[in-house]
Write a protein that binds this ligand. Sequence first.
Ligand SMILES: [Zn+2]
Length: 149
Amino acid sequence: MHQLRSNRSRSRSKRRAIYCPSHGCPLESVSCKHQLYADRAEQLQQRGMGRRTALTVIRTHTAVPITGEWLEAFWCPQCQEVTWYHVWLCNPDAVSHQRRQYVVRPAPQALWQQATGVIDPDGNPSVGEFTRTLARMTSYQGLKGFRFI
Ligand SMILES: [Zn+2]
């Protein structure tokens, strides 16, 4: 609850409640958000979509943005290092920004293949492949009306 009362203003307009999983201290963002995409039905099913719908969506759109999830690099003053994290909003129904809660975990290798615009620290070539997939995307605006869990 302490984070809700903290009103120390920072240069960023909105302070997000994102904390180091090892130390619990606030993390400092050192990158922009890198949107994640799903290009397989299983990736949508993992997020609560029915199999039939997921297959139809992927067949129709090839790849779709996953709302409320992204990759972002953070600096932890206690870890003394920058780590890429998979961040997701765990209560998308939160009314206000202050009440939003985020969960982070070190970004697993597989997720790099679902992101665009990131510089893979390991030089994974599949990022490029996925960017080509996105280049074929239609002007799909996301899964409006569908709630990811
Ligand atoms: Zn830390």
